[in-house]
Write a protein that binds this ligand. Structure first.
Ligand SMILES: Cc1ccn(O)c(=O)c1
Ligand SMILES: [Zn+2]
Length: 263
């Protein structure tokens, strides 16, 4: 006996993405988490993170209905990261952000329970071991995501070229060409990071991510954060819903240790 017939499902309220299951049954390494600075363990064997991105691999920006993604040509090893906690190199596929309706919250990870107004995620996959991104998403060592906190401060000139393009992707499922951008301009100058084993923060929430969270935030100004907040979750013609608060709630640390690359 089917508990819910297919047509009855259509009458359920539509859940925005991150209000999808808050916890994964049997999940032991979910993300995001609070990083308690004093509980993180310095690991002297952690290497410096090596980043080499080719700006020409940038393809387009698209509003996928829960963030805006800047996607890259990942058919070759032209934009990769290596070193850090990683066993081999990982290919850049896309980067996106999570942010709040106001500056008091918006990041996915917190540091000593402090939220930042936004968080950048640069998503890479293990093309050395897995043939496709889709397969890597299902494997424990499949993905590596660099997290960078955004704090309110000076205008970020590198981010501005991205901000200027956002009005063109206001609505869900809109895309524009964006063919030269070097995401390394979004990296803070300090090399220090925390790292831990976690998951995607959006469905399928698979436990396939080695997280590398930069200790130092980058500064952006109020106008740049406001530009994120004028994007819409909704498609053109639908009742407008501002794209804000697109972050997943904190998940239990369970049996994990956060390592630091610094003392
Ligand atoms: C692959 C993936 C998808 C969504 N988010 O938020 C991530 O950080 C990584
Ligand atoms: Zn993310």
């Amino acid at each position: 006996r089917r508990l819910t017939s297919p047509d009855s499902l259509h009458h359920l309220p539509v859940h925005p993405l991150w209000q999808s299951p808050l916890t994964i049954p049997g999940g032991t390494r979910q993300s995001p988490i609070n990083i308690q600075w004093r509980d993180s363990v310095y690991d002297p064997f952690l290497k410096p993170l090596k980043i080499s991105y080719d700006p020409a691999t940038c393809l387009h920006i698209w509003n996928n209905g829960y963030s805006f993604l800047v996607e890259f040509d990942d058919s070759t090893d032209r934009s990769i990261i290596d070193g850090g906690p990683l066993e081999n190199q990982y290919r850049l596929k896309q980067f996106h952000f999570h942010w709040g309706a106001i500056n008091d919250w918006g990041s996915e990870h917190t540091v000593d329970c402090k939220f930042y107004p936004a968080e950048l995620h640069l998503v890479h996959w293990n093309a050395v071991v897995y043939p496709t991104f889709e397969e890597a998403v299902m494997e424990g060592d499949g993905l590596a995501v660099i997290g960078v906190f955004l704090k309110l401060g000076a205008r970020h000139e590198g981010l501005q070229t991205l901000v200027d393009a956002l009005p063109a992707v206001k609505h869900k499922d809109t895309v524009i060409e964006f063919d030269v951008f070097d995401p390394s301009c979004l990296m803070p100058s300090c090399p220090d990071y925390w790292t831990y084993a976690g998951s995607l923060t959006t469905p399928p929430l698979t436990e396939s991510v080695t997280w590398i969270i930069k200790k130092q935030p980058i500064e952006v100004d109020e106008d740049q954060l406001e530009a994120f907040r004028m994007l819409l979750f909704t498609s053109d013609g639908e009742e407008e819903k501002r794209m804000v608060d697109n972050f997943r709630p904190l998940q239990p640390l369970m049996n994990r240790t956060v390592r630091s690359s610094f003392q």
